[in-house]
Design a protein around this ligand. Structure first.
Ligand SMILES: [Zn+2]
Length: 64
């Protein structure tokens, strides 16, 4: 079962939720500590997307 991945547009900042199976990550490009999505782009502006994490999970940097 695919889980949704939360991705953020590096250009306009919108959050998108995309099924894990749809995403190809570019391991060679890391921007602001996030891995970049290689095959999909922002539906709003066409900008590059960065993977934030699994949908519904707390960000790792959040204080416990
Ligand atoms: Zn955008």
């Amino acid at each position: 079962m695919d889980r949704d991945i939360e991705c953020m547009c590096m250009n306009c900042g919108v959050s998108l939720y995309i099924a894990m199976g749809e995403i190809a990550l570019d391991d060679s490009v890391i921007s602001c500590d996030h891995r970049m999505v290689r095959n999909l782009f922002c539906t709003e502006c066409g900008g590059a997307l960065a993977m934030i994490g699994l949908a519904g999970e707390q960000p790792r940097y959040r204080l416990e």
